[in-house]
Design a protein around this ligand. Structure first.
Ligand code: F6P
Length: 333
């Protein structure tokens, strides 16, 4: 008489900065696993929680009423110690001691790199899901959280534009994006910004000043400049330099963490749900060291290394169109 086999068990962790849509993803992991006869445990507080041996049981009801909530019910952490090979080795031992059949890591490029390193040392298979409002993970065109952040920032720019128009002012609005300008390009095009400044395609103060002057000649009395956080000095430095160069009054608005929170958009709920279910399916099909990606309108499985080794997506065409439609930029040569 054999002993009763325990069900297939999956652990799930959210790691790095929070973003809207994480809860939809966790809910989908839990409920699709349970629908499949599997069980799920949560690891709270990101990799820090994994190191500390923290776990929490997750059942159908534990993920009730969360699909519309921002943040993550599992909590999360930035755990810089996870770059230390000795720490990763210990985390791999902790993971194996949980005696689960797979770990799902929902994280940005740094966390997915950690997931790959973990997967090299642990017996337990690891599968990654991309999330970040910056949308700068390699191996995927989409990361959970991006759509909500774009919508939040666009609403904010719409509100700032009222003041810009009424006072005939120039505003430099800084959006998040630690290293990259995907979010800025999207916000720029969607809000009708006159200027979009991103690390991928830097503009000189002189070029921006000339564009604003061309606008003034055409009767444009106010302008919005969207600046990605990842540009050196951000919106503040640009505003100072521009004011010096043009004499215009340039006001600054740094949108900050409002872009990371709030109820997820329908897109992030849908994408979060699908990413979660795809990750469970991947583990059940014995995937190891893989990430779920979204490429050309379909879900794909890629090596986790793609997350940081491949160039992240960037919407060059959105950036160019934003500037073309602003009507103050010379046609590209
Ligand atoms: O990666 C998402 C992000 O919001 C970046 O845009 C920003 O630079 C960073 O996280 C802020 O990180 P923290 O939450 O550690 O302040």
């Amino acid at each position: 008489v054999g002993k009763k086999q325990r069900p297939f068990t999956i652990a799930v962790v959210t790691s790095g900065g929070d973003c809207p849509g994480l809860n939809a993803c966790v809910r989908a992991v839990v409920r699709s696993a349970i629908a499949d006869g599997a069980e799920v445990i949560g690891i709270p507080h990101g990799y820090r929680g994994l190191m500390a041996g923290e776990t929490q049981p997750l059942e159908t009801r534990s993920v009730g009423g969360i699909i519309h909530l921002g943040g993550t019910i599992l909590r999360t952490a930035r755990y810089n110690e996870f770059k230390d090979p000795a720490v990763i080795k210990q985390a791999a031992e902790r993971l194996d001691s949980l005696d689960v059949d797979g770990l799902i890591v929902v994280g940005g490029d740094g966390s997915l790199r950690g997931a790959w390193e973990l997967s090299q040392l642990a017996r337990t298979p690891v599968v990654g899901v991309p999330k970040t409002i910056d949308n700068d993970v390699g191996g995927t065109d989409y990361a959970i959280g991006f759509d909500t952040a774009v919508n939040t920032a666009v609403r904010a720019v719409d509100q700032i534009r009222d003041t810009a128009v009424s006072h005939e002012r120039v505003f430099a609005v800084e959006v998040m994006g630690r290293e990259r300008g995907y979010l800025a390009a999207a916000v720029g095009l969607a809000s009708g910004a006159e200027v979009v400044v991103v690390p991928e395609a830097p503009l000189s103060v002189d070029e921006i000043a000339q564009a604003l002057r061309r606008g003034a000649v055409k009767g444009k009395n106010s302008s919005i400049i969207v600046v990605a956080e990842g540009c050196p000095g951000g919106a503040r430095r640009l505003a100072e330099e521009l004011a010096r160069e043009t004499g215009y009054e340039v006001r600054v608005a740094v949108l900050g963490y409002i872009q990371r929170g709030g109820p997820p958009s329908a897109t992030d709920r849908i994408m979060g749900s699908q990413f979660g279910a795809e990750a469970v399916a991947a583990l059940r099909e014995e995937a190891r060291s893989q990430m779920i990606g979204w490429r050309e309108g379909r879900f794909v499985r890629r090596e986790l290394t793609a997350a940081w080794q491949e160039a992240p997506p960037f919407p060059d065409d959105w950036l160019k169109l934003a500037h073309r439609l602003a009507g103050i930029w010379p046609a590209p040569a």
